[in-house]
Design a protein around this ligand. Structure first.
Ligand SMILES: *[C@@H]1O[C@H](CO)[C@@H](O)[C@H](O)[C@H]1NC(C)=O
Ligand SMILES: *[C@@H]1O[C@H](CO)[C@@H](O)[C@H](O)[C@H]1NC(C)=O
Ligand SMILES: *[C@@H]1O[C@H](CO)[C@@H](O)[C@H](O)[C@H]1NC(C)=O
Ligand SMILES: *[C@@H]1O[C@H](CO)[C@@H](O)[C@H](O)[C@H]1NC(C)=O
Ligand SMILES: *[C@@H]1O[C@H](CO)[C@@H](O)[C@H](O)[C@H]1NC(C)=O
Ligand SMILES: CC(=O)N[C@H]1CO[C@H](CO)[C@@H](O)[C@@H]1O
Length: 703
């Protein structure tokens, strides 16, 4: 452990020298002294001649220095290496860390704010190397709680209602790794100065000046330690930000903003950091921090590093480590020994509650044989919930697909297994049939019919599979729609799919579309705190309200189905990383083309013009209807089927039309408001997304 010092010098008043040298004995002198004293008192009240000094520093964050001095809230923790972690890479969380004592920024309400200076070192480690989310901010605020802050683009600071309100009294210097169009962010790697708002007053792409004053780009989400200096000079009203990958303070700031902070900052304020994650997430770390009023903050050099540090270990520590490693090895041997023993003794423990479940329970041995020991060769892919293996049952030679799900706890699994009964009873031509299941410790295996022709996304996006003809596409989507109607309405209780997407549409040997993975999203509902609802779903198919409420509904399934329809027509993913900015979000692009009357241009060119215009138009229109911003305005799946079958005409066709008057038609309003909000909801957007396919962003993935 590194030594973690902390200094705190409380307010000192510089006494007026006159008081000290007056030492007379005469009455005259005493009277004079009294008069002088009164004058000084009056003067100090109105002109504020005394200055203040407040300073602290954290050379790494250890328990002794932080216990009473740092207030942590929500996701923020002190890691045992002496590092302050604001958030881990869990989605949609907030972390706050503030210096516990208030800092005096002014002598009184009406006087001018003091100069201040701060230094800190940070590191951002994103969940997906190229996509960070959402960043953090050095924050000066009237409270250290910030209870109204939202996650995602609000960085845990503000919410949609208090944006820009002057009574926030908030100064934030944001280190932002997501481009939020709503706040006019310049890119997904910038530093900005925010006053009472999430839209920056001034911002600059992340960069730094080298020692010979060359400007160089800097990647905030590289995972490397980065140092930052923020200085405010109250006489020149200049707020400056500097960055550097090393601990020498560059002479030039990258961001310099002329602002009088006197009306923004109150007499006493709290200083600290706030951070949040959204659908995309990063771990945000602060490695060291210093702060000073009316002076330059110390630059700290001996900071803990994120990789484990081995320097300066004492003999006793070495001995301790040796001892620990030996006992660890012994422990491992014991564990392996006992697990082998258990395995030999009882290969497949069956708990009483497992016997009550309806669908066929496969012995583990049988599945192990069928998949040749879950060999990589048999791996079909990674679904939203785990790996999928191909297998052949020894006795019947039936081909099966085995989905293997690792779950954190047996308890959560036990609750979920009771759902398997329900899932097993769901039978429909357009659903992938569940044949049975098996549990081995915390691994759950679900056995499904094998779908010969794989998943729909492969046909839409991979050249090798050949091109799907329009009739096939149309039949597949009609099938999927029927499958969803069954789940939503025809079963005794509504089943929300929650992850409708091309990757979950499987094709049987007759090229019928069948939905897979239904019912599985519930796996996440068990054993989890209901107040922290996880958004299950895939970027690009998530209804906007879902990211706010986290509550899946039938209409959020309809939204995802709309995205699927457009995807099938356009042969493009709902979010196309490589596309031009205006084409990034598929739904928006199709809307734009629709308004321009050029909607036929969106049709997949791989079709070579061989399709029925009428059908294509119908599918596009239904797709747009389903993608409506407001859940109440989306059709039900049953209505969708009627539209697709041509049984019912589409509603209010004319409101779709290119309304030249722009006079507040319901769809016009939707059109203009929608784009930004949606881009923002997807929150990824950045130009840094090349090479990251949306399917790899499946948010329900792997944990
Ligand atoms: C907080 O800072 C004070 C002042 O420097 C220090 O003496 C104290 O040890 C710190 N608090 C704790 C609980 O360590
Ligand atoms: C991440 O932080 C959240 C919020 O503090 C916590 O609930 C969760 O368990 C953490 N996850 C991991 C993997 O540490
Ligand atoms: C700003 O916030 C204050 C205090 O929360 C509130 O009373 C006021 O109505 C808000 N102003 C606006 C324009 O929202
Ligand atoms: C900049 O900050 C001021 C507060 O000093 C605020 O009123 C103003 O709206 C901000 N301007 C922009 C463009 O964000
Ligand atoms: C992080 O720092 C190391 C060493 O300074 C450097 O080699 C590496 O390129 C940096 N990583 C990124 C992503 O910038
Ligand atoms: C388009 C395509 O690949 N269709 C195949 C689906 O599966 C059947 C049966 O395996 C094949 O005969 C088709 O060629």
């Amino acid at each position: 452990m590194l030594p973690c010092d902390l200094q705190f010098q409380s307010i000192t008043l510089t006494h007026h020298p006159l008081i000290l040298c007056l030492n007379f004995k005469s009455v005259m002198a005493k009277t004079l002294l009294l008069l002088l004293f009164i004058m000084i008192l009056l003067a100090s009240n109105s002109i504020q001649t005394y200055s203040q000094q407040e300073e602290f520093f954290f050379d790494g964050f250890n328990e002794a220095s932080t216990t009473n001095n740092i207030t942590l809230n929500l996701g923020a923790v002190i890691e045992n290496k002496g590092i302050l972690r604001l958030t881990n890479d869990t989605e949609r969380i907030i972390g706050h860390a503030f210096y516990s004592n208030p800092i005096h920024f002014k002598n009184n309400k009406n006087s001018k704010v003091f100069s201040f200076s701060t230094f800190f070192a940070f590191a951002i480690i994103p969940q997906y190397p190229k996509l960070g989310g959402h960043g953090f901010a050095f924050t000066i605020s009237p409270s250290k709680k910030l209870t109204n802050g939202y996650p995602s683009q609000y960085l845990g600071l503000l919410n949609p209602k208090d944006l820009g309100n002057f009574s926030n009294h908030l100064l934030a210097v944001e280190f932002d790794t997501v481009q939020d169009f709503e706040f006019n962010d310049i890119n997904d790697n910038h530093v900005g100065i925010n006053l009472n708002n999430m839209a920056s007053n001034k911002s600059v792409k992340a960069c730094f000046f080298t020692t010979n004053n060359q400007i160089q780009d800097l990647n905030l989400k590289s995972g490397n330690g980065t140092q930052a200096w923020i200085d405010y000079d109250s006489s020149s009203n200049q707020l400056e930000v500097r960055l550097s990958p090393t601990s020498s303070k560059p002479s030039s700031p990258i961001l310099s903003y002329q602002v009088n902070l006197t009306p923004i900052l109150e007499e006493t304020m709290y200083v600290g950091f706030s951070s949040s994650t959204g659908l995309l997430s990063s771990s945000h770390y602060i490695l060291g921090w210093s702060f000073k009023i009316n002076g330059e903050a110390k630059t700290l050099k001996n900071l803990p590093s994120l990789s484990s540090h081995t320097n300066k270990r004492t003999q006793t520590q070495k001995a301790l480590i040796l001892g620990l490693s030996i006992s660890f090895v012994i422990l491992i041997v014991l564990i392996i020994g006992s697990s082998l023993y258990i395995k030999m003794k009882n290969n497949d423990v069956i708990e009483p509650w497992e016997l009550e479940v309806g669908p066929h329970r496969f012995p583990y041995k049988e599945l192990h044989q069928a998949t040749k020991g879950f060999k990589d060769k048999n791996l079909l892919g990674f679904g939203g919930f785990g790996q999928v293996y191909k297998g052949v049952l020894q006795n019947t030679k039936t081909e099966i697909a085995v989905k293997r799900i690792s779950h954190g706890s047996t308890q959560g699994l036990q609750e979920f297994i009771s759902e398997i009964e329900t899932i097993g009873k769901l039978r429909h031509r357009n659903l992938v049939q569940l044949l049975g299941w098996c549990r081995k410790r915390n691994d759950l295996m679900l056995v499904y019919d094998f779908m010969k022709n794989g998943s729909l996304d492969k046909y839409l996006f991979e050249e090798t599979r050949g091109v799907l003809k329009w009739e096939e596409r149309f039949r597949i989507i009609k099938g999927v729609a029927l499958g969803l109607v069954y789940l939503h309405e025809e079963w005794e209780q509504a089943v929300i799919h929650r992850d409708v997407k091309a990757g979950n549409v499987l094709l049987d040997c007759e090229m019928n579309g069948r939905l897979g993975d239904f019912g599985l999203a519930k796996l996440y509902d068990h054993g989890e705190n209901p107040s922290t609802t996880r958004v299950v779903g895939t970027l690009g198919y998530l209804a906007p309200e879902l990211t706010r409420t986290g509550k899946p509904t039938r209409s959020s399934d309809v939204f995802a189905f709309g995205a699927l329809l457009l995807e099938v027509v356009c042969g493009r993913r709902p979010i196309e990383a490589k596309a031009l900015p205006e084409e990034l979000v598929l739904v928006d692009w199709v809307w734009d083309k629709w308004r321009l009357g050029e909607v036929m241009e969106v049709v997949d060119c791989k079709l070579g013009g061989v399709y029925s215009d009428k059908e294509v138009l119908l599918v596009v229109m239904v797709g747009l209807l389903c993608s409506h911003e407001s859940p109440e305005r989306r059709p039900t799946m049953r209505q969708v089927v009627r539209y697709l079958e041509g049984e019912v005409a589409l509603p209010e066709i004319d409101v779709f039309g290119v309304k030249k008057d722009g006079g507040g038609g319901q769809f016009d309003e939707f059109l203009y408001s929608k784009s930004y909000e949606r881009m923002n909801t997807w929150s990824s957007a950045g130009d840094d997304m090349e090479g990251v396919s949306t399917s790899s962003l499946s948010l329900s993935g792997g944990r």
